[in-house]
Each structure stands twice: as structure tokens, then as C-alpha cells.
Design a protein around this ligand. Structure first.
Ligand code: KIV
Ligand code: NA
Length: 269
């Protein structure tokens, strides 16, 4: 199967009749990409890998090198989904030129077909600069985790009319600038519905609305590998318990000398 392309994703804009919502999950490793690929339209190498893989307190310390290493692994581990790679904090905000240098490195060194960056009106010029130079950009508005210090936390956005209007403007600005899709994260539902109605490109919700043109979750959140997750996460499984139980079983067998058993030992002929 050929990889889903950016134009094909754009064509999937929900026209309210036939189109199926886009399915997007994060992946940071080749193995996870292999497991998720067939089920997804888009695999996102999110900078959430800072917390999930590296135990960092936020996404802010994530580097371009990390994104390139994990992005290349996810491209190697998938063949069906469009792979989108997050631009890390500090790699794109200074200027369109800085963003182009970072994004072109990400694409050249990973083989991914698109990048994602956070921000609205302030990033529109950069989105336009990249889009017009062969770098497809996915936007990301609403709760933008790289702005946690400015926002004061990870609470839902758009609870005041002023903020609601600002987030709608942000989404329109990046879509008008050429973003091929826009992630709408952690907003009161009306905002996600308005953006889905008004943008010509797909909206992908996370803490958005069921009416968005697609949905995304952090795979580890979906799998139940974290203790604490935001309201917008639905845990479809409890991998944390499965992993812990399995490690406990292994440890008990080692300590009782029942592992390795005869089946795991090489015998002389
Ligand atoms: O980094 C990430 O995982 C993301 C998604 C939550 C949209 O940006
Ligand atoms: Na991200």
C-alpha cells in the first residue's frame, strides 16, 4: 500500500456526507509505528516524546536531534501512514528562515513528508513561508503545550469570549497561510466545531469535538501507560498494569529459579 499523501489528507475534509474521520496517533519508535501503521492515516512523531520517552517535565527541552532520530525510526517502521514530525520548541519561532532550516533538516534526515508547529496568527507568516517552499505544515492551535509558561498550565482554552475569538483567529490564520490540516487541542467544544465548519482543511481534535475531521491521541495515553491523563484521553487499555504484572512474573520466576526452563536452555547434542 502506498503512503497516504498530504493532498489525499486535504481531500478528506469532512463534507458532512461520506468522508470518514482521519485517524492519527503518536509514535516515537519503529516498533510502535509498525503496530499502529495499518490502523492510522497519520502517525505523529510528537514532541510529547519529551515526557513519554525521556521523562522530561515538559516539551520545552526537546531538541531537533531527538525529533530527527525518532522521526527516522517511525518512517522506517511504517509504510502506509503519512508521517508528520513536530518541530521542537526553539527550532522555528525566531524567523521563517530558521523554521525552514529546521524543517528541511527534519524532512531530509527522516524522509517524513510534513512537519507540525504550534501557534496561530504569530506563526502564519512562517507557515506560509514553509508551505510555499515544499514543506507541508500541520498547524496546532488552542492548548499549545510549548506555550505552557505563557498559558500558566495545561488547562482547557477558550473559556472566555475574548480567548475563544483569538483561538478561532489562530486557526483561520494558519489555514489561510497554507497549513494542510490543523490540530485543535484542549478547547471548549464550540471552538473546535466553529473551526471545523470554517476551515477549508481538516481539523484534527484532541480535547476538541467529535465533529472534527479527525482525532488524535498520544498512543501511550490511549494504551493506559500513564497514571495521570487529561480529561480528553480515553484509556482503551491498561498496559501499565500488564507491563508491571509481566515484569513481576519474570522477577518471581528468576528468584525461584523456574526461569529459564528447559525450553529456553541450549542442551549439548
Ligand atoms: O506532541 C504531541 O503528541 C502532539 C499531539 C498531542 C497533538 O502534539
Ligand atoms: Na506536540
Amino acid at each position: 500500500m502506498k503512503r497516504l499523501t498530504v493532498p489525499k489528507v486535504m481531500q478528506r475534509k469532512n463534507d458532512g456526507t461520506t468522508e470518514e474521520p482521519l485517524v492519527m496517533l503518536t509514535a516515537y519508535t519503529a516498533r510502535m509505528a509498525q503496530l499502529l501503521d495499518a490502523h492510522c492515516d497519520i502517525l505523529l512523531v510528537g514532541d510529547s516524546l519529551g515526557q513519554v520517552i525521556y521523562g522530561l517535565p515538559s516539551t520545552l527541552p526537546v531538541t531537533l536531534d531527538m525529533m530527527v532520530a525518532h522521526g527516522a525510526a517511525v518512517v522506517r517502521g511504517s509504510y502506509h501512514s503519512l508521517v508528520v514530525i513536530d518541530m521542537p520548541f526553539g527550532s522555528y519561532e525566531a524567523s521563517p528562515q530558521q523554521a525552514f532550516a529546521s524543517a528541511s533538516r527534519i524532512m531530509a534526515e527522516t524522509g517524513a513528508a510534513a512537519v507540525k508547529l504550534e501557534g496561530g496568527v504569530a506563526m502564519a507568516e512562517t507557515v506560509r513561508f514553509l508551505s510555499q517552499r515544499g514543506i507541508p505544515v500541520m498547524g496546532h492551535v488552542g492548548l499549545t503545550p510549548q506555550a505552557v509558561n505563557a498559558l500558566g498550565g495545561y488547562m482547557a482554552r477558550g473559556r472566555s469570549e475574548v480567548e475563544e475569538a483569538r483561538i478561532v483567529e489562530d486557526g483561520k490564520a494558519v489555514a489561510d497561510a497554507g497549513a494542510f490540516a490543523v490540530v485543535v487541542e484542549g478547547v471548549v467544544e464550540d471552538i473546535a466545531i466553529t473551526l471545523t465548519r470554517e476551515l477549508a482543511v481538516p481539523t484534527i481534535g484532541i480535547g476538541g469535538s467529535a465533529q472534527c475531521d479527525g482525532q488524535v491521541l498520544v498512543a501511550e495515553d490511549m494504551l493506559g501507560m500513564f497514571e495521570r491523563t487529561p480529561r480528553f484521553v480515553k484509556r482503551y487499555n491498561d498496559l501499565a498494569r500488564i507491563i508491571s504484572d509481566t515484569a513481576g512474573e519474570f522477577a518471581a520466576e528468576v528468584r525461584s529459579r523456574s526461569f529459564p526452563g528447559d525450553a529456553q536452555v541450549y542442551k549439548a547434542k
